[in-house]
Design a protein around this ligand. Structure first.
Ligand code: HEC
Length: 106
């Protein structure tokens, strides 16, 4: 019994969760979940609700995540009619970028 609890604690501590104790990453996750999750898969798993919207964890295959920083701060214009324009404050951009980096697939 004791051992099971110890193991569970260990797993929780080492699982590649979204850096639970990283406030910036958590804030990014909250922002993206609020504004983007209706179309994009935000985290490490799951499919995008909108078939054409790329899962955020795959963005680094096509973009440099750092390059998105500017786009996010100045308002993302994807040219896709389904995607509204977003603009994040500088602080929020930092959080979003930190989160995106944390979930990229290798
Ligand atoms: C209403 C649905 C919708 C919402 C909400 C949405 N997106 Fe998108 N997004 C899309 C679609 C669809 C595409 C694919 C566009 C394409 O292939 O032309 C896309 C593409 C993208 C891309 C790739 C850009 C490109 O030109 O391929 C990024 C980065 C992105 N979205 C970020 C975001 C972020 C960040 C948010 C939240 C702030 C967000 N999206 C919210 C639908 C959405």
């Amino acid at each position: 019994m004791r051992r099971a609890i110890a193991l569970a604690t260990l797993l929780a501590a080492t699982s590649p969760a979204l850096a639970q104790d990283e406030p910036l990453v958590r804030r990014g996750e909250t922002l993206l979940t609020r504004h983007c999750a209706m179309c994009h898969a935000v985290g490490r798993t799951g499919a995008s609700p909108h078939a054409q919207a790329p899962a955020f964890r795959t963005l680094s295959k096509r973009y440099k995540i750092d390059g998105l920083e500017e786009a996010l701060g100045e308002g993302i214009i994807s040219g896709h009619p389904d995607m509204p324009e977003f603009r994040f404050s500088a602080g929020d951009v930092g959080a979003v970028i930190a989160f995106l980096k944390a979930v990229q697939e290798p």
